[in-house]
Design a protein around this ligand. Sequence first.
Ligand SMILES: Cc1cc2nc3c(=O)[nH]c(=O)nc-3n(C[C@H](O)[C@H](O)[C@H](O)COP(=O)(O)OP(=O)(O)OC[C@H]3O[C@@H](n4cnc5c(N)ncnc54)[C@H](O)[C@@H]3O)c2cc1C
Ligand code: FES
Length: 244
Amino acid sequence: MQQIILTIAENERIAKNTFRMRLSGEELAEQRPGQFINLRLTGLYLRRPLSVHDCEPGSVTVIYKTVGRGTEQLSTLGKGERLDALTGLGNGYNPEKAGKRPLLIGGGVGVPPLYLLARRLTEQGREVSAVLGFNSAEEVFGEGAFRALGCRVTVTTADGSVGKKGFVTDALPADYSYFYTCGPEPMLKAVYRATKTSGQFSFEERMGCGFGACMGCSCKTVTGIKRICREGPVLEKEEILWKA
Ligand SMILES: Cc1cc2nc3c(=O)[nH]c(=O)nc-3n(C[C@H](O)[C@H](O)[C@H](O)COP(=O)(O)OP(=O)(O)OC[C@H]3O[C@@H](n4cnc5c(N)ncnc54)[C@H](O)[C@@H]3O)c2cc1C
Ligand code: FES
């Protein structure tokens, strides 16, 4: 974990209620796919966690949806403003398990962390497919970026306004070697049931401290109690125990 002051280099709206923010800091260490950063915001006691979408030397990019006070405040900030961040948090995806033809399955703001993973997997020469699910056309983002990496991309929308009508589980390819997923919990449960191989799930649990101290994000797994912020947010399919 690294505590660092980052400067906003870009904060732009990319879809309905959805913003991409690039933050720069010379001392910033490299972030791994599936890790997250935790931002301090004015007047809010708890930091707000956001997945690493992309990372270059000296910069990290996040994509966030405005859902409440913290993310609304973030959306009002401009270039040059500074944020106190905890970075390099969590245990991210393990790209080594991907096999030749990995599948990425993202829903809404679960799509952002899959992009850095897609970059790493395509750099390793793997044939990556991505199924990206949204509610409607105005919420869609990221399709072009995944395609630019050489991924085979399918977009689904619940209302059918663009791409294939339905949920991500209606568009899973028949053949893939392993999968990685992130999205709202109902989607993760459906992916758990619909997938035929092993895979890794990233959970966006509500958090307290975000670095393993408060136990507020603890959950039961097959291999014992795990803190989503520390041992997660990524869990292997075989260790997940769903809450009733
Ligand atoms: C590891 C991790 C990675 C995340 N990555 C992203 C990301 O890349 N992009 C993104 O947009 N969001 C992400 N989130 C969710 C994000 O942290 C919350 O949306 C944010 O903290 C909400 O803060 P707020 O003050 O705007 O809303 P609040 O006022 O705190 O809450 C507003 C509403 O959103 C709900 N909510 C808040 N947090 C969550 C959550 N974690 N899961 C489900 N519902 C929630 C609340 O129940 C409430 O209804 C991530 C969360 C975690 C734990
Ligand atoms: S949020 Fe405090 S231990 Fe995970």
